[in-house]
Design a protein around this ligand. Structure first.
Ligand code: TRP
Ligand code: SF4
Length: 322
């Protein structure tokens, strides 16, 4: 069974990505034939005018995947724009996809309720799920690991596949299924979603000191002034981090101690920072040792492998159409 998944190269990875995507990919790489790619064309759909250095960001992203435990000997890693068949199939799918399917996509509707996007309203953003469909079906993916927010995109992918089969009377694509993972939502340091744009993230390449300075300032239960005040861990960001990064035993212990007013927030934060360090330090160290040339070799190999499959599928598509 094969999985395909992509990530947009829009900046450094943070703990939210680690918990939400990377840990999942690490499990998948042992169970499935996995293709993970840098969705650099998709990055343009919203950020075409931000002057991103997408070449550098793409190599950095693959480096961070590998530093975080994605094993290039097990999986195929490649860059979307290096495989031109993604663009070719995207073109074909755009021909047969009714705009109404795309306009009811919640991601699109959300964006259109924000004035900045509404002003741009670029075709590439509307057709984002069409490109995503091409990404997936070019490789005959059985499953696509996604979070809840991407479900409508996969629904559109299946609709496009069925529509193509209906029009051309030939079943050449697999209908991809979602591999829904309960993506634990990791809040940022201020309680909003962890995101670079909110400046509330902890990155996978930060030092111990940087991690501590961020955790130190994280929001806790505002009703706790003194150590002996009984706390409410359920409203505390630091406790969310404990749940994500500390052992179940430690989480229970912290919960009890906080509720009883037997642990101070500073001590609790120190323990939290220590457990985050245990994850981040090995990634940071591995990343520092990885050479760009090594990463470029891995990408080249992955591109070649992806290209073979994509070419074969695109030949099939063109034989059906023309
Ligand atoms: N849309 C995905 C995201 O924003 C990225 C993506 C692009 C993707 N193409 C894909 C994910 C194909 C899975 C399969 O996270
Ligand atoms: Fe949060 Fe820990 Fe303070 Fe409780 S003791 S409020 S869990 S930081």
């Amino acid at each position: 069974m094969r999985v395909v998944s992509g990530m947009r190269p829009t900046g450094k990875l943070h703990l939210g990505h680690y918990i939400g995507v990377i840990e999942n990919w690490k499990r998948l790489q042992d169970e499935y034939e996995s293709f993970f790619f840098v969705a650099n064309w998709h990055a343009l759909s919203t950020k075409y005018d931000e002057g991103l250095n997408l070449r550098e960001l793409s190599v950095e992203l693959v480096k961070e995947w590998i530093a975080s435990g994605i094993d290039p000997n097990k999986v195929t890693l490649f860059i979307q724009s290096e495989i031109k068949e993604h663009a070719e199939l995207y073109l074909v799918f755009n021909m047969i996809t009714p705009i109404s399917w795309l306009e009811r996509n919640p991601t699109y509707k959300d964006a259109m309720s924000q004035p900045e996007y509404k002003k741009k309203n670029n075709a590439g953003f509307l057709t984002y799920p069409v490109l995503q469909t091409a990404d997936i079906v070019l490789y005959d993916a059985d499953f696509v690991p996604i979070g809840e927010d991407q479900k409508p995109h996969l629904e559109i992918a299946r609709e496009i596949v069925r529509h193509f089969h209906y029009i051309y009377k030939k079943e050449i694509f697999k209908e991809p299924k979602e591999l829904l993972t309960k993506i634990p939502r990791l809040p940022g340091l201020d309680g909003r979603k962890m995101s670079k744009s909110y400046n509330n993230a902890i990155y996978l390449d930060e030092s111990k000191e940087e991690i501590w300075q961020k955790i130190r300032k994280a929001k806790t239960d505002p009703s706790r002034i003194k150590k002996t005040d009984p706390g409410h861990p359920e409203v505390c960001i630091v406790f969310e981090y404990h749940k994500a990064f500390s052992s179940p035993d430690e989480v229970k212990e912290i919960e009890k101690a906080c509720k009883k007013g037997e642990i101070g927030c500073v001590e609790c934060k120190k323990r939290c920072a220590k457990n985050i360090e245990k994850i981040v330090m090995p990634i940071r160290e591995k990343k520092a040792k990885l050479k760009n040339d090594e990463i470029l070799d891995i990408i080249n190999q992955g591109n070649k492998k992806a290209k073979l499959l994509a070419e074969a599928k695109m030949d099939e598509v063109n034989r059906v159409i023309f």
